[in-house]
Design a protein around this ligand. Structure first.
Ligand SMILES: NC(=O)C1=CN([C@@H]2O[C@H](COP(=O)(O)OP(=O)(O)OC[C@H]3O[C@@H](n4cnc5c(N)ncnc54)[C@H](OP(=O)(O)O)[C@@H]3O)[C@@H](O)[C@H]2O)C=CC1
Ligand SMILES: CC(=O)C(=O)O
Ligand SMILES: [Mg+2]
Length: 567
């Protein structure tokens, strides 16, 4: 039996925790005589499985994490496929909606607009200041596809950081979930007596800019070794703050860049499978996005950059992208467009607004570029659509990929690539089952939240999970260990290529687009090595000693640095 301190928020309070192996003299009388750690882990798993509702499981695990982090992470690591959907999407979506109701004890840092001018002191209250390495920061303004959840968004920062620990072996004490309380426009929350945030509407853009400038400055002062992940800011803020700080601080936006990387990776593997049927390389595809927000435009940007590496001109690459937003096809002459949509807006369509997805697919399919483009398959009569989006207040668009859409995709593609990436599950644009049935089993599928495998005419088909959770743990680990001063585009791209080529023979043979989640640590180590190499090339590292290591030494270092639960 060892004695450990309870987590930072109740400094000074001591609590007993069985540890392995328990020294006999401390142990006697403090635990039941037949207590055994192995059995205890099984007991905890049985308790978890005994709960009926996903939210109850979430609450159980959340309590377990604060009582006994070693046991919590042991269970996570040994049961990744079962536990990830509880601590992360989809259940974390319900947990965020209910956060103020299920709240039990503090976890993470809360910085509010009332702290403006005093943020330094708030950050300095963090007890493990010298250990801090990674923070996930949200302002709760666009949590998953659930809209403005105000400070309830803390649940997403907590969930992502649990995956940093489980998926990349970051020390639990090195993680800081942060929620910025800048008000909320969610009226139901403002009227909810249990709501944990300020009772005020969101502050103006100017006020938020001033707050963010102070916050970012103080973060790097208080935590000089910190990497910052921006998470689930609403579209305009996501783009604005990434641009504002990315060249000044080590920061990346998970929804724009992490999603760009994970989707490019899945698409590369999907294109290999589809090209076996069509002979068409990835850079010859046309990509249709359902949703033109931070995720859609983030992925489009990542793909465009990849296409240029594959030999397309910037203009040719741009023309591969088609965007749909809430008003339909995004094109220049449609009228005023938000800044982030302008670059990919079509300039070769000027008719009336197109709002029907089937019509847009037709237009995209029959589109011919203004100038002939040599050997890249531009004139092949099919395209690939993959799609994403949807906000919470738009529940009617859940299931936007109707049977007709799926059937049309299957009619024009031997292996249609369909990625319904919206989270959580209930906002998915289609289910795996619908995609399989309506494409006669030919679909190459990845969704944001997990779906079960399907049997189809005697074969088992596996859905992919195209979720940035495959990227950020490895990207963050690489950035932390190289002590990167910035997160460059090349580092993000390296994470994507690292993920794409991390599948085993067996995973390729099973037709998977992403590796099995049980291998997440191995994958994160692999990604981190690629990220470090990219950081070195870009001259943004502060760890010169890593440059002297070859890849296998670096890989071994990653493994050594990973924290393991001591249960
Ligand atoms: N799988 C993954 O790893 C990730 C998944 N996501 C998921 O993607 C979804 C979107 O995220 P994000 O892009 O950041 O959100 P944003 O709010 O930035 O963008 C949403 C986009 O959807 C469009 N839209 C809304 N309603 C409709 C509609 N009825 N028809 C067509 N388009 C519509 C919006 O149009 P308009 O611009 O006109 O308002 C906007 O372009 C969320 O569900 C999120 O959980 C996000 C990040 C990663
Ligand atoms: C996965 C994720 O980051 C999102 O849905 O916002
Ligand atoms: Mg997100």
């Amino acid at each position: 039996m060892t004695i450990i301190l309870t987590p930072y928020w109740s400094k000074g309070v001591q609590r007993l925790k069985p540890a392995s192996p328990p020294p006999e003299k401390l142990r006697h009388g403090l635990v039941p005589s037949a207590f055994n750690e192995g059995v205890h882990a099984e007991r905890a798993l049985a308790q978890l499985r005994g709960k009926d509702q996903p939210l109850e499981k979430y609450i159980f695990l959340s309590r377990l994490k604060s009582d006994d982090p070693d046991l919590f992470y042991k269970l996570c690591l040994e049961n990744m496929a079962e536990i990830t959907p509880i601590i992360y999407t989809p259940t974390v979506g319900d947990a965020c909606i209910q956060f103020s109701h299920i709240y039990r004890r503090p976890e993470g840092l809360w910085v509010s607009i009332k702290d403006k001018g005093n943020i330094k002191n708030v950050l300095n209250n963090w007890p493990k200041i010298d250990k801090a390495r990674i923070s996930v920061v949200t302002d709760g303004s666009r949590i998953l596809g659930l809209g403005d959840l105000g400070v309830n968004g803390m649940g997403i920062s907590i969930g992502k950081l649990s995956l940093y620990v489980a998926g990349a072996g970051i020390l639990p004490q090195s993680t800081i979930p942060i929620c910025l309380d800048l008000g909320t426009n969610n009226q139901a929350f403002l009227e909810d007596p249990f709501y944990l945030g300020l009772r005020q509407k969101r502050v103006s853009e100017q006020e938020m800019d001033e707050f963010m400038d102070e916050f970012m400055h103080e973060m790097t002062q208080a935590f000089p070794k910190m990497m910052i992940q921006f998470e689930d800011f609403s579209t305009d803020k996501a783009f604005r703050y990434l641009e504002r700080y990315r060249h000044q601080y080590p920061v990346f936006n998970d929804d724009i860049q992490g999603t760009g990387a994970v989707v490019l990776s899945g698409l590369m593997n999907a294109a290999k499978l589809s090209s076996a049927a069509s002979g068409m390389p990835l850079n010859a595809h046309r990509i249709l996005f359902f949703g033109a927000g931070s995720a859609g435009v983030g992925v489009a940007t990542q793909l465009q950059s990849f296409f240029t590496l594959q030999g397309l001109s910037v203009e040719e690459a741009r023309r591969r992208i088609w965007l749909i937003d809430s008003q339909g096809l995004v094109y220049e002459s449609r009228g005023r467009l938000a800044e982030h949509k302008k670059y990919f807006a079509r300039d070769d369509y000027s008719g009336p607004p197109m709002t029907d997805i089937l019509d847009i697919i037709d237009l995209c399919q029959t589109y011919r570029p203004p100038r002939p483009v040599h050997h890249l398959g531009e004139f092949q009569p099919f395209w690939t659509g993959f799609e994403m989006n949807l906000k919470c207040d738009l529940h009617c668009h859940q299931g936007a990929f109707t049977p007709e859409v799926l059937q049309l995709m299957a009619a024009i593609n031997p292996r249609p690539i369909i990625f319904p990436l919206s989270n959580p599950v209930r906002l998915s644009e289609c289910s795996f089952n619908d995609a399989v049935v309506n494409t006669n089993g030919t679909v190459l599928f990845a969704s944001g939240s997990p779906f079960p495998e399907q049997e189809f005419v005697g074969r088992v088909l596996y859905p992919g999970q195209g979720n940035n959770m495959y990227i950020f743990p490895g990207l963050g680990l690489g950035a932390i260990l190289s002590r990167a001063t910035q997160v460059t585009d090349s580092m993000v791209e390296a994470s994507s290529l690292g993920l794409a080529n991390s599948l085993t023979e067996e995973e390729h043979a099973a037709g998977l687009l992403y590796p099995r989640v049980e291998r997440i640590r191995e994958i994160s180590a692999h990604i981190a090595v690629q990220v470090i190499r990219a950081a070195q090339k870009a001259n943004v590292t502060r760890s010169p000693e890593l440059a002297k290591m070859d890849d296998s030494q670096l890989h071994a270092l990653m493994k050594r640095k990973m924290w393991n639960p001591s249960f």
